[in-house]
Write a protein that binds this ligand. Structure first.
Ligand SMILES: Nc1ncnc2c1ncn2[C@@H]1O[C@H](COP(=O)(O)OP(=O)(O)OP(=O)(O)O)[C@@H](O)[C@H]1O
Ligand SMILES: [Mg+2]
Length: 787
């Protein structure tokens, strides 16, 4: 066999493995010679272009502008058109068979998952499509397969260079050529090659694609664009987490790449948007914002990840709690060395490197994070720096910049070496851990702490030198690291199989962000832990960012949902999470999370406390209504003053303490939990027009009023599971079935003496101006209607 025949045979074999028929492969080779790309082009674009030599050499000399890009269906049906007319279902089977062959050949998987088939089915029919599938479920293949099936280019919009880099690297190892284009690149050569159709898949950040519309039109006219994929599509929506304004401008894709606008297109180039975390509101926003065509296909799969074990733990999340909180983690990595926690030896600090950082990045930050309007409570507050948005924005990372690496573009020519992949994934026994923290400083301090105990840990945040970030990525992928302590800048969409633990050390900003980050664990399907350490005695605060009023409201709402998730003690965590995304969770329990394993806490009868609190709130409300509705009343001015000040939860609690001796030392934390329970039951609502993390100015609802005025309802037992903050508060005191029970103890002089002599560290010294406090109580006292 001569060299020419051998080359032809190899190309034919390649074409067959791609799913083309042997007859069409042979014919193509006869016509265009032993060139794989030319043969694909010939098959795809039909006989009329036999004489056209496809230019993939990078010279870009030929142009087929003016010819019409064939539809995907045309291509897939072409093999049989000459012999028989095919039904749609036959051709569907056809592309599925081909896709499965390619899947096996390139990625080594036997078959497409159901949702992947559905997404590809929409693409085959030229439909725009929104794919909602759990983290790690395999969304990437939905947009990678079209490039292999058609030989046309797939353009993927992705938010971060590190993510694009990761995906390109993976593809190249599977023999698929790819490149990525970030923003602000100086080297134009990769972009030029990409626009000439040299790569099967082009990853590009949203900023860049918006200035590449014209070159992309040429690409569509020449090699052809099979699909625009918008990965991490939740970034489109203002209502989601990680909103990126440039993502919103991606409507330019639908507006520019449609058959009406581009004469050479038979059909619109399909758009596929993909995300793992989108509520119903976010989904609608994505469809609208991207100007998706009418009747787009929505592929919705379960968000449930059965191998993730969720739990919530109380921690002050400051340096003094590291020892307690990270003991288990250190122990896990210590196992190999057969050392016990207590026998661990600390390394001297000077030997520890957790990533280079200039001194001014290590702020003298006090525990507890950022300021919050919600902080006005009983709990001792940390000392804080003067806070300003600029200062704090510099402390935490926002997902605004695509270029998180020290390169802005890169090319990856496919080389088939799955061996390399195996090396990369060489399983470290104990697996990897990612710890997410809110501020940059904490990444460094926790990494440093872990390193002192011999754990291979590194810090990762946006302000570290880019070369360092690449190094951390590389070492993470090669299992040279055990723990990465990071801000949100790390890990989006990154497919690393053996992440065994995702620890959130501090409040996440939303459940979307939390679930997205937690979803980076257990991608190999094996059991993995997702632990949220949060200070349950303090309400979380928003990390500062410039937000419109509307965005602030939304941000508080999302933070509030996250807070409530952590506070719940009686509902399966996985169930709460998937229901948050609008999914019906058919099982009652995941059987894994802390709530499912421990079971809910014992119910307590809070009848007395509920009655006292509700009556007090209702009394205030009634007085207020009377005043507002009686302008002619002689007492108007007097009463008006009484009600002008909107009482918050804290003021009601102070009054309860004053007026009920048995509740005199009760904790605001506990009452806050009760207010949330009453809100959930529909008895209370927020009386302020601003959204707060939880009710700040309680007001009775209609149901709440009915409850208070119904004698029978008030006499019934009010059995509920206390929320996490209530349990925390009670554990600091002593466990009593209810506060009223506990309060009775004060009548006994001996118990009273003991209690008073006990150290009560959770109580901070009163810092409020005495007169003002008295004044407030005084006002409230005059409002009383019940006692
Ligand atoms: N059909 C399949 N059969 C088996 N494994 C698959 C299949 N499709 C994808 N996978 C594997 O699933 C893993 C996760 O894929 P991928 O990175 O695409 O997830 P994802 O859905 O994009 O997650 P994220 O939302 O976190 O970005 C990969 O290792 C991939 O190879
Ligand atoms: Mg992904």
């Amino acid at each position: 066999m001569d060299g020419g025949n051998l080359a032809s045979d190899l190309v034919i074999a390649e074409l067959i493995s791609m799913g083309f028929e042997i007859s069409e492969a042979s014919k193509a080779i006869q016509e265009v010679g032993p060139s794989l790309n030319n043969a694909i082009d010939f098959i795809l674009n039909g006989c009329k272009k036999i004489s056209r030599k496809r230019d993939l050499s990078g010279t870009g000399k030929q142009s087929i502008r003016g010819t019409r890009q064939s539809s995907i269906m045309d291509h897939l049906q072409s093999s049989k058109k000459t012999t028989c007319s095919v039904s749609r279902s036959q051709s569907n089977e056809d592309w599925e068979v081909r896709a499965n062959i390619l899947l096996q050949k390139y990625f080594g998987y036997p078959s497409l998952k159901k949702f992947q088939r559905e997404a590809l089915g929409a693409w085959i029919e030229h439909k725009d499509c929104l794919v909602l599938a759990a983290t790690g479920s395999g969304k990437s293949l939905c947009f990678q397969i079209p490039a292999l099936l058609t030989g046309k280019v797939v353009v993927v919009i992705s938010p971060l260079i590190s993510l694009m880099h990761d995906q390109c690297l993976k593809l190249s190892k599977h023999g698929v050529s790819a490149c990525f284009l970030g923003s602000g690149q100086t080297d134009q050569s990769v972009q030029q090659k990409a626009m000439r159709g040299m790569y099967e898949i082009i990853y590009v950040c949203p900023e860049t694609i918006l200035r590449l519309i014209k070159p992309l039109e040429s690409l569509a006219a020449n090699r052809g664009i099979a699909l625009f994929a918008i990965d991490e599509a939740h970034c489109v929506s203002k209502w989601g987490h990680d909103f990126r304004p440039d993502y919103r401008r991606l409507s330019a894709l639908r507006d520019n790449f449609n058959a009406k606008k581009l004469a050479f297109l038979n059909c619109d180039i399909p758009i596929m948007a993909l995300t793992a975390t989108a509520t119903a509101q976010v989904r609608d926003d994505i469809l609208k914002s991207l100007h998706m065509s009418e009747n787009p296909m929505i592929v919705l799969t379960s968000f449930f990840r059965p191998n993730l074990r969720f739990s919530v733990k109380h921690s002050r999340t400051c340096s003094s709690s590291y020892e307690r909180d990270f003991c288990e983690l250190i122990e896990a990595y210590d196992k190999n060395r057969n050392q016990k926690c207590s026998r661990r030896t600390k390394l001297p600090l000077e030997n520890i490197s957790v990533g280079t950082s200039s001194q001014d990045e290590i702020y003298d930050w006090e525990e507890g994070g950022c300021a919050s309007e919600e902080d006005d409570d009983d709990i001792t507050l940390p000392k804080r720096k003067q806070l300003s948005v600029e200062y704090l924005e510099d402390e935490s990372d926002l997902l605004m910049d695509a270029d998180d690496f020290d390169v802005t573009c890169g090319e990856f020519n496919g080389w088939s070496s799955t061996k390399d992949l195996d090396v990369c994934e060489g399983m470290a026994e104990e697996g990897l851990t990612i710890i997410y923290v809110p501020t940059r400083k904490e990444t460094l301090s926790i990494a440093k702490y872990l390193c002192r105990f011999g754990v291979k840990a590194a810090a990762y945040h946006a302000k570290l030198p880019k070369s360092q970030l690449r190094k951390v990525h590389k070492e993470f992928h090669e299992n040279a690291l055990q723990v990465v302590v990071a801000t949100i800048a790390f890990g989006m969409g990154i497919d690393k199989l053996n992440v065994r633990r995702i620890i959130h050390y501090g409040w996440p900003q939303s459940l979307e962000a939390y679930y997205q980050e937690a979803g980076r664990a257990g991608r190999d399907g094996k059991l993995a832990d997702c632990v949220l350490y949060a200070n349950l005695s303090r309400m979380p605060s928003l990390l500062p960012s410039r937000r419109s009023e509307e965005q602030s409201t939304q941000a508080y709402k999302m933070l509030s949902d996250c807070f409530r998730y952590a506070m719940r003690t009686s509902r399966c965590r996985a169930q709460m999470l998937v229901q948050y995304f609008g999914e019906d969770f058919s099982d009652d329990s995941c059987h894994l999370c802390d709530v499912c394993v421990k079971g809910p806490p014992e119910k307590q009868n809070l009848q007395d406390e509920v009655r006292i609190l509700m009556q007090m709130i209702v009394a205030h409300h009634e007085t207020k209504c009377n005043v507002e509705g009686s302008y002619d009343d002689d007492n108007y001015n007097y009463n008006h003053n009484i009600c002008r000040e909107k009482p918050n939860v804290k003021m009601f609690v102070c009054r309860i303490r004053e007026q009920n001796q048995q509740l005199a030392t009760t904790d605001l934390l506990w009452w806050r939990g009760l207010v949330r329970i009453l809100e959930d039951k529909g008895f209370l609502r927020e009386g302020d027009d601003k959204v707060h993390v939880q009710i700040k100015y309680p007001e009775p609802t209609k149901l709440g009023l009915e409850f208070v005025f119904s004698e029978t309802a008030m006499e019934l037992a009010f059995n509920v599971c206390p929320e996490a903050d209530m349990l925390l508060s009670q554990s600091r005191l002593k466990s009593y079935p209810s506060f009223a029970e506990w309060g009775k103890g004060w009548a006994d002089p001996e118990i009273r003496k003991q209690r008073l002599s006990r150290n009560r560290p959770w109580r901070k010294p009163r810092r409020t101006n005495k007169q003002t406090v008295r004044g407030r109580y005084g006002l409230l006292n005059t409002c009383r209607g019940d006692d």
